[in-house]
Design a protein around this ligand. Structure first.
Ligand code: G6P
Length: 363
């Protein structure tokens, strides 16, 4: 009923607008004066490990990729990320210096659970990140960090993706702090996390994509591109669009366009560029220009105040200036809102996409 949906048309949009409160719940008790604090991992000796394997499916896999880019930027630790349906069947090498993180919103995804079992048999210690209290993954792992997003009804993950990111940033920062790797930039990241609920609220007050979406909804293909820590943002943007609007959306690391996918581009194939003003922005700009030269329409997400982008992109969506590490967090709601309104305007029910289940408990 509409009451359950708090007056919103669908759970999905309700849950997107709940993101500020969801973040607040994820942060409660987890930022102390001294810095990030996750009591759940106090028992783990994350001081000495040099390899982390992260396993997940779907949207959770994209959150895992953001974690990899984040942690590897600040410390020399190998973070390997894999989709669970592959991980469980390959020979994964575990030694005393390896930790495993399994991410699953539901805590019930069959492939992720089986991956946990496989590495446990090899003697690994597993940290689970989940939203559902008492879910199977919590019982099979050595520690659980709850993402505290509250129940998510919409099949497409929205606020739980946000909270996965928040919890993974906190986990990454805790590891860095424990290993005495701390910097002014990390302090800024942490501050940004603290302020992000209000930043989201402000963004939600002003964002209006309806006109833009009523135009873009008519295309049959989209190419999402991003680089570095926002390559996963491109993957998640494309996944959201595919899941609920049934539009063929592909995501590529922007530098890979020239190795094949650029052949697809023409006026019927828009490029959705994730292009915040970060250290890879100039590279992104060249990739956007290359796409433009193939007459593709460009829709770009960039940082407020970036004026020059209007000369290469056809449409621009601005997000607030953020620390470089944090752009995946502020851009996520935009790609979610975009997919939501495309689906809604096309007359589809975003809460119940065809062929998909909220959690896939069979292989
Ligand atoms: C399903 C859902 C996705 C989700 C994935 C992983 O495919 O439709 O939204 O990302 O499962 O789910 P999990 O609960 O393990 O995060």
């Amino acid at each position: 009923s509409s009451a359950e949906k708090g007056g919103y048309k669908h759970f999905m949009i309700k849950e997107i607008y709940e993101e500020p409160e969801a973040i607040e719940s994820a942060l409660v008790g987890r930022i102390k004066l001294e810095g990030p604090f996750l009591k759940e991992i106090e028992e783990f000796n994350l001081e000495t490990i040099n390899k982390i394997k992260v396993v997940a499916c779907g949207t959770s896999y994209h959150a895992a990729l953001v974690f990899k880019y984040f942690l590897e930027k600040h410390i020399n630790i190998d973070v390997e990320v894999d989709v669970a349906s592959e991980f469980r069947y390959r020979n994964v090498y575990i030694d005393d210096n390896t930790a495993v993180i399994a991410i699953s919103q539901s805590g019930e995804t069959a492939d992720t659970l089986e991956s946990v079992r496989v590495v446990k048999r090899k003697g690994a210690k597993v940290i689970a990140i989940t939203n559902v209290v008492g879910s199977t993954i919590t019982r099979e792992s050595d520690a659980t960090i709850y993402m505290n997003a509250g129940p998510e009804i919409g099949v497409a993950a929205t606020k739980t993706y946000i909270n996965q990111l928040v919890v993974l940033y906190l986990l990454g920062m805790s590891i860095l702090k424990k290993r005495n790797v701390w910097s002014e930039n990390l302090e800024k990241d942490l501050n940004f996390l603290k302020n992000s609920p209000d930043i989201f609220r402000k963004m939600f007050e002003t964002i209006d994509l309806k006109e833009l979406i009523s135009y873009y909804k008519n295309f049959n293909h989209f190419m999402y591109i991003g680089r570095g820590i926002n390559y996963p943002t491109a993957l998640e943007g494309a996944l959201k669009l595919k899941e609920i609007s049934y539009i063929n959306a592909t995501a590529y690391p922007a530098g890979e366009l020239k190795h094949g996918p650029i052949a697809l581009l023409d006026p019927t194939f828009p490029v959705f560029a994730i292009a915040p003003k970060d250290s890879l922005y100039e590279k992104m700009k060249s990739n956007i220009e290359e796409s433009k030269a193939r007459k593709a329409r460009i829709i770009a997400i960039t940082t407020e105040g970036n004026k020059e982008i209007s000369s290469i992109a056809d449409d621009v969506i601005f997000v607030p200036e953020s620390p470089e590490d944090m752009y995946p967090l502020v851009i996520a709601p935009i790609i979610q809102i975009f997919a939501y309104f495309v689906a809604d305007m096309k007359g589809y029910d975003p809460d119940k996409p065809r062929n998909l289940a909220k959690s896939v408990t069979v292989e």
